[in-house]
Write a protein that binds this ligand. Structure first.
Ligand code: C2E
Ligand code: MG
Ligand code: MG
Ligand code: MG
Length: 286
């Protein structure tokens, strides 16, 4: 039986195969229904500019608002959505909400970037650039405020077909970021082959920075490498001041993580931006 565990966490407790298959069919049906009714909430997690202290932008993170299970985290339904070929529809819903939020932030005087995660399957769809261009036009978000995050494992496998989709996307003026950077590389040549603008250092390297000298060295090396290729560097999973200060010291550009803020629902974004601007003004005045 599927159970709500803690705050809407979802897990399989299938005792046998039939039950599991039944459950899966339920989830399939529910997921298709969720797309029709647009039952996805987008949470926004800020990125802090380490030099200056401004909020540089937000990353859009999807949650499925399930009628009985509550909010389901992405890792518990994205694999199924990918298997069913539904992921691109979900990602486009997220993109549309994130672009609308970006336009609203701009209208309030905050020209923040909006980052959206793409599945590797999205990048197999030759219509993707047209679909993205359509959402930018429809929402009115300037293309240079949109960042698309693709995982390093995809970037490494990207064949020629996908490279041309990525080039068409960047031709729109959109930026590309390599997510979970450092987790998969055996070759860095893809950084030269793809039109990338930034890398996001994976949380696993950030976690022990300061206590593990090899991690500190790795992060410092990644920043140097990225900067020499004219790429911006974002560190993910920054949870304490020690990590933040070290990242700043090693010239990392932006920090994202629970220290700055947890992913927040859309209705908290403006208050967060107002509060951050106020805190920064106070800090600068001191
Ligand atoms: P990601 O893009 O690497 O996103 C970062 C994940 O780390 C998020 O989990 C975020 O809540 C979490 N996180 C952020 N700061 C901290 C921190 O300081 N400490 C710790 N322990 N965790 C932190 P979330 O929201 O559960 O998303 C998980 C993954 O699901 C994302 O990893 C991304 O790959 C994928 N995802 C999320 N939204 C979408 C979407 O709209 N489309 C697609 N295709 N994938 C998505
Ligand atoms: Mg991401
Ligand atoms: Mg990431
Ligand atoms: Mg990650």
């Amino acid at each position: 039986q599927a159970k709500a565990e803690g705050k809407g966490r979802y897990k399989f407790y299938a005792a046998d195969m039939t039950l599991r298959q039944e459950r899966r069919l339920d989830m399939e049906g529910a997921l298709r229904g969720a797309i029709d009714s647009r039952a996805f909430h987008v949470y926004y997690q800020p990125k802090l500019q380490l030099r200056g202290g401004d909020i540089a932008g937000f990353e859009a993170l999807v949650r499925w608002d399930h009628p009985s299970l509550g909010l389901i985290p992405p890792m518990d339904f994205i694999p199924l959505a990918e298997e069913l070929g539904l992921i691109t529809q979900i990602d486009l819903l997220v993109l549309e909400q994130a672009c609308t939020m970006g336009v609203q932030c701009l209208a309030r005087g905050y020209p923040v970037t909006m980052a959206v995660n793409l599945s590797s399957l999205d990048l197999k769809n030759p219509d993707l650039p047209t679909l993205v261009a359509g959402i930018l036009a429809q929402t009115g978000l300037p293309a240079n405020m949109l960042v698309l995050e693709i995982t390093e494992s995809f970037a490494m496998e990207a064949g020629l077909g996908q490279t041309s989709i990525l080039e068409q996307l960047t031709a729109l003026g959109v930026s590309l970021a390599i997510d979970d950077f450092g987790t998969g590389y055996s070759s860095l040549s893809y950084l030269k082959a793809l039109p990338v603008n930034s890398v996001k250092i994976d949380r696993s390297f950030v976690r022990d920075i300061g206590t593990d000298s090899r991690d500190t060295m790795l992060v410092s090396t990644i920043v140097g490498l990225a900067h020499s290729l004219n790429l911006r560097v974002v560190a993910e999973g920054v949870e304490d001041h020690g990590q933040k200060d070290l990242l700043h010291h090693h010239h990392c550009d932006e920090a994202q993580g629970y220290l700055v803020a947890r992913p927040m629902p859309a209705d908290q974004v403006f208050a967060f931006l107002d509060q951050s601007a106020q805190d920064l003004a106070v800090a600068v005045a001191q």
